[in-house]
Design a protein around this ligand. Structure first.
Ligand code: UD1
Length: 420
């Protein structure tokens, strides 16, 4: 076990490189199950969730080879055990992304029950309803979900609510169906687009008739391919908040500004100076005290739930009152109690958080409860007076590559130390 120790108070300045997007890497790795040939994937972030997906593929029989130029070659033609084990699913719910491709390619899958998680119940009922409608026979017991089919059939399915991994799972499931599958009310997140672009460049026929309807015309096979993963807009957004919260000046390289539009809008509303180029976004918060902003999380192109906790940290020390409404997950305010320990003035009412900006946060001992909550604690620690200690940082390592290295390069003082 390790913890992060942060000495707060430094203004951050400089440039930071954006890593590949975890949430694009995970479905693209799962989709290699659909291929007869090896696939090479580049720009994968070095993260625990990515190694968990590779371990899962490997445990089912995929061959993984690390290439010299930081690529990873995955050959899933040798899968002989289509089972997602409990030890892996429990550490990463996105393991359920193998369900669709396993059914499409092998006609069966056995997936450990994902259960609840820290940010809400997060059921997978939409994934299962879609697969059932495509002809999968699904049974469950207390530990596993068993899925089997002779042949998945093209269908017309409407998601009751937008689901990112649900959309990805059903797209992958329908790749080889005879005829045309129509999926309505689909997610439009850039990471879903990255999966669609990758599959299309491998020979799939996936299109959108309108923003939220995806059409998949079945094909017989997918071709050998190489793919470089999209940059991580949430990581980029988090480093921009690090610049903003410290009244600093930070440039994030390797990210297209279009991916960050709703986030950039909020920074502008708060009074920060934003400059953008083809592949960078820069924030200058040195000249002004930022005004708190109201936020309401929505599926893309709305403000992302994965940036809610980071903006909460920023609002706690920005001028004025603000309200943050969390519309995507029902229990995504676990960072509130920890931020309050650091002096934040926040009250909760159902899915809304009311924040009164304070002059200072004070360093404290806090515990990370989920991935983005832990990012908000690091951000608060950057401005907290004195020293902040963050425990359970395995959550951070699931989604941020070398977070302390990147922040220290910008002028932060963060040390990782073992807990003895
Ligand atoms: C993905 C992202 C996660 C992000 C979330 C919302 C990955 C690996 N993770 O998670 O970082 O926070 O999108 O942008 O891409 N729901 C159901 N039944 C289902 C599926 C979802 O009720 O079968 C509900 C969820 O409980 C939640 C909402 O739908 O309230 C959206 O969840 P969803 O988009 O599925 O999140 P994930 O795909 O798990």
């Amino acid at each position: 076990m390790e913890r992060l120790i942060i000495k707060g108070g430094n203004q951050l300045h400089g440039e930071v490189e954006c890593s590949g997007a975890k949430n694009a890497g995970l479905p693209i790795l799962a989709s290699t199950i659909l291929f007869d040939d090896p696939v090479s994937v580049f720009n994968l972030p070095h993260l625990k969730d990515i190694s968990t997906m590779l371990e899962l593929l490997n445990s089912m029989g995929s061959m993984i080879r690390f290439e010299e130029d930081d690529g990873i070659e995955i050959d899933s033609s040798s899968i002989n055990n289509p089972e997602a084990r409990y030890e892996l699913v429990k550490t990463m719910r996105a393991s359920v992304l193998v369900m669709g491709p396993l059914l499409a390619k092998y006609g069966k899958a056995k997936i450990s029950q994902p259960g609840g998680c820290n940010i809400g119940t997060r059921p997978i009922d939409f994934h299962l309803a879609g697969l059932q409608q495509m002809g999968a026979n699904i049974t469950t017991d207390s530990k596993f979900i068993y899925l089997e089919t002779e042949n998945l059939k093209a269908t017309h399915f409407k998601f009751p609510k937008i689901s990112v991994t649900g959309t990805e799972n059903l797209i992958m499931a329908s790749i080889f169906c005879d005829g045309t599958t129509t999926l309505e009310n689909c997610a439009r997140e850039p990471e879903v687009e990255d999966l669609i672009n990758f599959l299309n460049s491998s020979g799939a026929k996936i299109s959108r008739t309108d923003d939220s309807t995806v059409i998949i015309e079945g094909v017989g096979t997918l071709n050998r391919n190489n793919w470089s993963i999209l940059p991580d807009r949430i990581e980029a957004g988090t480093y921009l908040v690090a610049g903003a919260i410290t009244n600093g000046h930070v440039k994030v390289n390797g990210i297209q500004p279009t991916l960050l539009e709703p986030i950039i809008e909020k920074f502008k509303e708060m009074g920060a100076v934003i400059s953008t180029g083809k592949d960078f976004v820069e924030i200058d918060a040195t000249l002004t005290d930022l005004k708190a902003c109201n936020i309401s999380t929505e599926p893309f192109p709305g403000f992302p739930t994965d940036m809610q906790a980071q903006f909460m940290a920023l609002n706690t020390i920005s001028k004025g009152e603000s309200t943050i409404v969390e519309n995507v997950f029902e229990n995504r305010f676990q960072h509130v109690v920890e931020l309050k320990k650091m002096g934040a003035d926040i009250s909760l009412n159902g899915s809304s958080a009311m924040i009164n900006g304070v002059a200072n946060l004070v360093g404290s001992s806090v515990t990370a409860s989920d991935l983005r909550a832990s990012a908000s604690l690091v951000l608060a620690g950057l401005v907290g007076k004195n020293r902040t200690e963050i425990e359970d940082i395995f959550h951070i390592d699931r989604g941020y590559e070398c977070i302390e290295e990147k922040l220290n390069k910008l002028g932060a003082e963060i040390v990782r130390e073992p807990i003895v």
